[in-house]
Structure formats: C-alpha cells, structure tokens
Design a protein around this ligand. Sequence first.
Ligand SMILES: Cc1cc2nc3c(=O)[nH]c(=O)nc-3n(C[C@H](O)[C@H](O)[C@H](O)COP(=O)(O)O)c2cc1C
Length: 130
Amino acid sequence: MIQVNPYQRLIYTSRAVDGGDGDHLQAILTVSRRNNGMDGVSGVLWAKDGRYTQLLEGPADSVAQAFARIRIDPRHSDIAVLDDRMVDARQFGEWAMAGLPGDRPDMASERLRALLRNADAEIRRYFSVD
Ligand SMILES: Cc1cc2nc3c(=O)[nH]c(=O)nc-3n(C[C@H](O)[C@H](O)[C@H](O)COP(=O)(O)O)c2cc1C
C-alpha cells in the first residue's frame, strides 16, 4: 500500500532584527494565530539569543503560503531552513502558533521544554533550551 504523508513540516532559524526581546514577537504571534487558525497551520515560534526558530506544520499549500510571507518579512533576516519534509502527523496540533517567551519570560525555557516533551527527538534538537 502506498502511504502518503499528508502534512508538510518546515523548521527554519533566522536573526531577529529587534534582538527577539522587543515588541515584534507578540505582534507576530497575534497575526500568526489568526492566519494559521484559518489555514490549518500549527507550530511553535521560539525567540532566544537574538534568533527565531520556528516549526510550521500543516497542508503543504498552507505551509508554503505562510512561509512565502514569512520569508520576505523585514522583522528578521538570514533565514536558514533546517528541515523540510512531509510527515504523517502533527506535533503541535493544538497550537495555531505557540510562542515563547510569552507573558513570563522567566518561565520560557521551562514552557518550551514542556511543549517539546512529547515531540520527536529530531525536532527537539533544533530548539536550544538551556
Ligand atoms: C519570525 C516570524 C514568524 C512568523 N510566523 C508567521 C506564521 O506562522 N503565520 C503567519 O501567518 N505569519 C507569520 N509571520 C508574519 C508574516 O511575515 C506576515 O507579516 C503575515 O503573515 C501577514 O499577514 P496579513 O497579510 O494577514 O497581515 C511571521 C513573521 C516572522 C518575522
């Protein structure tokens, strides 16, 4: 039987022009949650040490369209794709876009660790948590 993986999963890293601890993250998350919720995209966006790392997952068309917008966004630069593949299941299905640090920056690492606890090991290694 031919198994067709229904979801695209893309992970990239980039440099945050505001250092990642300015106003951009919350604004990005607000728009992301609205768009991703409509487009069937889920994932996680992590800001740390002046860099973003984002995982996007969903129907291939939706992920491609989201990433096409994200690529040209002037709030980040030096975008490098770390992993891009078709997969059989979502890892963050309940998150239109989980985002960290959120309201409790002091808890960010702990929250990311909790989010990643059930994710594949191959995903965890792309997110540097101390
Ligand atoms: C690091 C980063 C991550 C982003 N992630 C998403 C995302 O997951 N979904 C999304 O729709 N837009 C995301 N954006 C915002 C897009 O670049 C773009 O501003 C937005 O999709 C435009 O939406 P609008 O046309 O509805 O205003 C991200 C931007 C940055 C800088």
